[in-house]
Design a protein around this ligand. Structure first.
Ligand SMILES: [Zn+2]
Length: 216
């Protein structure tokens, strides 16, 4: 029997934290942990029942996308701090994707010879584009927004399903060149805004303080 994730109850879901795609990527790939996520944020495509295998493949796609994104960012050097070494989270993907990245890079270099990027960076970007575009297909919609100050129009993408929302989060993160740091408590990467920040959420900070007190 296929393992299933159920959409439980109806109505309100927790508000999505901006790094939900990173939290999703860090979930253990088990039915239990996926169901816990679904209880908080809904199923990936608003399905009443979704196979665990689909969740596993979505999680893997996020891991690949974040790896490629961080690989591009990392071509400028090795991070000085262990908690900012996001690429170190994907030891399996280095070998698995290396050849594919170079192949995609050679192809991209022919198309964009003047971009000034390394073959690896171009290849990783082109693969990242492929994954995100594939995953956003049929999940993304857009609103046409009027700006009455400038009398201009612009399209604003959105998604009704949790998976689409997370892929848009990732797109936004790549676009805005987020700096990431791993939470010192749960190890989930979060967007670094304050250089002193060590935790992804107030609850992780509280847990860390409690644990420190308990040790004393
Ligand atoms: Zn945390």
């Amino acid at each position: 029997m296929a393992e299933i994730i159920y959409l439980e109850g109806s109505g309100k879901r927790a508000e999505l934290p901006e790094n939900l795609f990173l939290r999703f990527m860090c979930l253990e790939p088990t039915r239990k942990s996926f169901q816990g996520f679904a209880n908080l944020y809904g199923t990936l495509d608003c399905g009443v029942e979704e196979p665990v295998s689909a969740w596993q493949s979505e999680r893997e796609a996020f891991r690949k996308a974040v790896f490629l994104w961080q690989f591009i960012e990392g071509t400028t050097g090795i991070p000085a701090r262990e908690d900012e070494d996001i690429l170190g989270m994907f030891p399996d993907l280095f070998d698995a994707l290396e050849d594919e990245v170079v192949d995609a890079g050679v192809l991209a270099l022919e198309l964009f010879p003047k971009a000034g990027w390394t073959v690896e960076a171009l290849g990783a970007h082109s693969m990242l584009h492929g994954i995100v575009s594939d995953r956003l297909r049929d999940r993304m919609e857009a609103n046409l927004v009027s700006d009455f100050d400038r009398l201009s129009l612009r399209a604003e993408p959105f998604s009704v399903c949790t998976a689409g929302k997370m892929w848009l989060q990732l797109t936004n993160a790549v676009n805005e060149k987020w700096k990431l740091r791993k939470c010192h408590w749960c190890r989930t990467p979060f967007r670094l805004k304050d250089p002193r920040a060590m935790y992804c959420s107030p609850s992780c900070k509280t847990s860390a303080i409690r644990a420190r007190r308990a040790k004393k």
